[in-house]
Design a protein around this ligand. Structure first.
Ligand code: SAH
Length: 222
């Protein structure tokens, strides 16, 4: 079950209201996306002291040296992905599971791939606890995609590649959309939207972002 956006705690309600206001200010205007962001308890995707900062519009550290994305970037990427209830979606880079939780109410089915097993495990547990039964998290190298479930209607990468990975483009359905950050790590990257048409690929630049790099292979941690 997702949290009721109105809790018994007026301070939390106020924080959430400011949060939605800030997301709108950053250009997140799609009602379904805003609802998903308002109803998803971001504090549960964080640990320790970072929980108190869950409703700030900022990326924060999670386990395995990774980060939970900035909420406005999650909103803008989700909005650009244009997800409908008919969509089968692939996410590469589960991290905390927050982006997958936002996709869950919008999509028919979500598959999310994570190269760090501890992150895949904790995200699986949390998404289960929240009752998000249409999300499946799998510990594996997402740069290869998930051929056994392809083609996908939508693909979202939350780690930056130098170019859109060919394996993933091949797993996108004609008419499908892929949203991803591209560029070298440790510099500013571009968020791009790729639409696959009968005649090829169309690219649109959505602005500057900064993500952790897409790294090939499963991580060694267990
Ligand atoms: N979507 C996440 C953001 C996570 S940061 C959230 O909402 O919290 C990006 C994640 O991508 C990291 O957890 C990192 O381990 C993962 N990642 C990087 N390269 C990967 C790969 N090749 N396959 C799967 N996951 C990868």
């Amino acid at each position: 079950m997702m949290a009721d956006p109105h809790s018994d705690d007026p301070a939390l309600d106020e924080q959430r209201m400011q949060f939605v206001f800030e997301l709108r200010r950053c250009g997140v205007t799609d009602t379904a996306v805003l609802n998903a962001l308002e109803r998803t308890p971001r504090e549960q995707f964080l640990e320790g002291l970072f929980r108190a900062r869950a409703y700030e519009n900022t990326p924060l550290p999670i386990a395995c040296g990774q980060t939970i994305s900035q909420p406005s970037v999650v909103g803008l990427m989700t909005q650009a992905l244009d997800v409908t209830k008919r969509c089968k979606v692939l996410e590469v880079g589960t991290g905390s599971g927050y982006q997958a939780a936002i996709l869950s109410p919008l999509a028919r089915r979500v598959y999310s791939l994570e190269r760090h097993k501890p992150l895949a495990r904790s995200a699986t547990k949390l998404l289960e606890r929240l009752g998000l039964v249409n999300v499946t998290v799998i510990a594996r190298d997402g740069s290869r995609g998930l051929p056994e479930q392809a083609p996908f209607d939508r693909i979202i990468l939350t780690a930056a590649a130098e170019d859109p990975p060919a394996n993933l483009l091949a797993q996108l359905r004609v008419g499908g959309i892929m949203v991803l950050p591209v560029g070298q790590s440790d510099t500013v990257q571009q968020l791009i939207k790729v639409v696959k048409t009968e005649s090829g690929l169309e690219y649109k630049d959505l602005g500057d972002v900064r993500f952790v790099p897409l790294v090939e292979g499963l991580a060694e941690d267990v």
